[in-house]
Design a protein around this ligand. Structure first.
Ligand code: PEP
Length: 253
């Protein structure tokens, strides 16, 4: 049986003082939750703080981006090995904000995905359709293409090393959540699609839902058969909200 996973995406929020308070609240709240896994993906400058505070706890940590290059003259970029220096387990790849605001194509996301796998980091690979794509009934084609590009680069065995986050772009930071049935339909599609490559690997794959998950909708979402947890933006910045979402995952079957 797949374990549930809840990962916070702090985006570009935080300060040393605010992070301390948030992490103390999260640590206290999730202490003793043993049935699910938890993590936070934070801005690079806070990795040292997060490592010091979360080390030895049941909350893992990671980054929100990485360079596809190992090292070199890439001003402003951060290499996979640097994330390992700070104990990262996860790295978010292909978030829709990176795709839209930083012009990351499917090919760039695939190169970053490859670099993460090679470094033994767990990529949380984001896929999802825009509102216009949903309304034009091309959701499945868009997602199939996003998956195909990374797996063509990294190979089918990457399915055992990755986490997928289905994040409909129209639901991110908008307060609009996909209904549990809408999300389940896409999660089932993703799993079926990957099962065509390897049934067993697809059954073990963790597929998160992301898009305005809150304490009051997490339980319903996590009760769906192919939703294995959540990638949480705004609500991960409020300790009580995030802990309540983690609790829903910990209690879900
Ligand atoms: C995200 O940033 O991945 C996300 C899902 O954000 P929010 O929960 O705020 O919609």
């Amino acid at each position: 049986m797949r374990r549930k996973l809840v990962v916070g995406n702090w985006k570009m929020y935080g300060s040393l003082a605010r992070n301390k308070e948030l992490l103390e609240g999260v640590l206290q709240g999730v202490n003793g939750f043993k049935a699910a896994d938890f993590g936070v993906c934070v801005p690079y400058p806070y990795l040292a703080q997060v490592q010091a505070m979360l080390h030895g706890s049941n909350v893992a940590w990671g980054a929100q981006n990485l360079s596809q290059h190992e090292q070199g003259a890439f001003t402003g970029a951060v290499a996979p090995g640097m994330l390992l220096d700070f104990g990262c387990r996860y790295v978010i790849i292909g978030h829709s904000e990176r795709r839209a605001l930083f012009h990351e194509s499917n090919d760039i996301a695939a190169a970053k995905f490859d670099a993460a796998i090679k470094a033994d980091l767990t990529p949380i690979f984001c896929v999802g359709e825009t509102l216009a794509e949903r309304e034009s009934n091309v959701t499945e084609e868009v997602i199939a293409r996003q998956l195909e590009v990374v797996l063509n680069h990294a190979g089918v065995s990457a399915i055992t090393k990755m986490v997928i986050a289905y994040e409909p772009v129209w639901a991110i930071g908008t307060g609009k959540t996909a209904t549990p049935d809408q999300a389940q339909a896409v999660h089932a599609f993703i799993r079926q699609r990957l099962a065509q490559l390897d049934g067993q690997m697809a059954q073990g794959l963790c597929i998160l839902y992301g898009g305005s998950v809150k304490a009051n909708n997490a339980e319903q979402l996590f009760s769906m058969p192919d939703i294995d947890g959540g990638l949480i933006g705004g609500a991960s910045l409020v300790a009580d909200e995030f802990v309540a979402i983690c609790k829903a995952a910990n209690g879900a079957q």
